[in-house]
Structure formats: structure tokens, C-alpha cells
Design a binder for this molecule. Structure first.
Ligand code: HPA
Length: 262
């Protein structure tokens, strides 16, 4: 169920053979400065790919190498709250699948739900709660297993490398909320009761789509702020973007160490 094939993609993409795909979340654009870039292709140049109008989400694929491995990085994901369907949100993953990626690493900025976590920390996603009622697989394929959506073996590699580097890496369940508003304090309490550790407005559709295409998936949440009601302060988009910028460097180090050891 992939409308994109290598043959129909622009020649700037057809010549690429990345092994790993990466989707960058809000405020994590600084990650690109930390890797060796070999080219970029604007989402605009690819027919059928939705383009975001949200600040901090310039839509493009960046090609490069991390730890010697060829990667494609999708920068500027689109969200449900801009009016796109879950299937449209996951279109970039289908493009990367057409390019032959075997693994997909999804990143996002997320709010903290677990009271043991702190802003600035990264959390590996172990599982998710889809609370939007939307799926990228509406229309098919149907009944795709979700038991091991997030790869256990990838998680073990990242855990080991994070320990080597002395990086704090939490683990937990990510709740996908539709947004675009942040949650209420009551919603954060509800999410905690439901078993969520972090909350955000992305990542889940791409994870479901990638797995349905046989791609191994890992997810990382940059914990940018406490969930609403956990502190006396109000949430701001600026705070979320700022925390993300500092954390991008830690992620770049972690991925480089992990790919080098592949
Ligand atoms: N809630 C939802 N999405 C988010 C948050 C949050 O607190 N922070 C960053 N993305």
C-alpha cells in the first residue's frame, strides 16, 4: 500500500540509497548541523507529499551520513492538527520506504506525564497510546499486529550506547493526542492513569505506517516541559523549542555512537 515507487520519484531522490530514516521533531533542526550532509530535496519537489506551514518545520529531506551509515532525514513533519489525515501525515515514511530504508528513528518534542522525568531528558518510546481515533492504515492494510511496534533490539543498542556515553535516557509510553492545544491538567492526570509517561502530537502515525511496511522502528521523545498542572507555570511553544535545541546535540552523539557500532 505504497503510492510512491523509486521510479516515479524525482531523479534527485532516485539516486539515493539510505539504509536508515530519521524524522526530526519540533526544535530538533539543530541536529542537522551535527551530521555530514550530502544533499537536500524539498518536500515541494515530490508530488503527493504534504507540506507544513508551521514555524520550525521547513519541509525537506536531508541526506547524509551518521557514523558512516547513509541516512535520510525528514525535517518538517506535518501534523493532524493542520488538517491532514493520519495517512497524509505518514506519506514521508512511504517515500523513505520507497528509497529502501530498513530502520526508522522517529523523534519528537513531548510533555512529561511521568513525575519521575525531567525537562531536557530523552525518553525511548517503548509503546504508545493512540488517543486520536485516527490511523494511517485506514483503507488498508487491515489488522496489522502492533505487539512489538518499537523494536526491542534497537532499544537495547541505544540503551547500551547511552550508558557508555553517560547520557540520561528514560523509557516509557508515548500518548498521541490530536492537539493543537496543549493538554489540560485533568487530561495530564488522565494520561498518567492510562499508563502514559509522555504526551505529544506526532510520531504514532509514522510508527504504525513504517511497521506496516516491514520497517524496524525506534522512537525518541525529547521531554521539553512538564505536562500541564505539574508546575505552576503555563506552557509555551518557545520553551518547547529551546529545550529541544539543547537536546539535539545529545541525540546526535547517541546515534553516531550507535551506528558506528553496527
Ligand atoms: N503536550 C503535548 N505536546 C507537546 C508538549 C506537551 O506538553 N510539549 C511538547 N509537545
Amino acid at each position: 500500500m505504497n503510492e510512491f515507487t523509486r521510479d516515479q520519484l524525482p531523479s534527485s531522490l532516485r539516486q539515493r540509497h539510505p539504509r536508515i530514516g530519521l524524522v526530526l521533531g519540533s526544535g530538533l533542526g539543530g541536529f542537522i548541523d551535527r551530521i555530514s550532509v550530502t544533499g537536500t530535496v524539498a518536500f515541494d519537489d515530490i508530488e503527493g507529499l504534504p507540506v507544513s506551514a508551521v514555524p520550525g518545520h521547513a519541509g525537506r529531506f536531508v541526506f547524509g551520513t551518521i557514523g558512516g551509515v547513509e541516512v535520510v532525514i525528514a525535517q518538517g513533519r506535518v501534523h493532524l492538527y493542520e488538517g491532514w489525515t493520519a495517512r497524509e501525515v505518514a506519506a514521508g515514511v512511504r517515500v523513505m520506504a520507497a528509497l529502501g530504508i530498513q530502520k526508522l528513528l522517529l523523534t519528537n518534542a513531548a510533555g512529561i506525564v511521568n513525575e519521575g522525568f525531567r525537562p531536557g531528558q530523552w525518553m525511548q518510546i517503548t509503546d504508545h497510546l493512540n488517543l486520536t481515533g485516527q490511523s494511517p492504515l485506514t483503507g488498508g492494510p487491515h489488522f496489522v499486529d502492533q505487539t512489538r511496534l518499537y523494536s526491542r533490539s534497537l532499544r537495547q543498542i541505544f540503551r547500551a550506547r547511552a550508558d557508555d556515553l553517560g547520557l540520561s535516557l528514560a523509557e516509557g509510553v508515548y500518548a498521541w493526542m490530536p492537539g493543537p492545544q496543549y493538554e489540560t491538567p485533568a487530561e495530564i492526570r488522565m494520561l498518567r492513569t492510562l499508563g502514559a509517561d509522555a504526551v505529544g502530537m506526532s510520531t504514532v502515525p509514522e510508527a504504525i505506517q513504517a511497521r506496516a511496511l516491514g520497517i524496524e522502528v525506534a522512537g525518541f521523545s525529547c521531554l521539553t516541559n512538564f505536562g500541564a498542572g505539574m508546575t505552576t507555570e503555563a506552557l509555551s511553544h518557545e520553551e518547547v523549542m529551546e529545550t529541544g535545541q539543547g537536546a539535539a546535540e545529545a541525540l546526535a552523539r547517541l546515534l553516531e555512537a550507535s551506528f558506528l557500532s553496527e
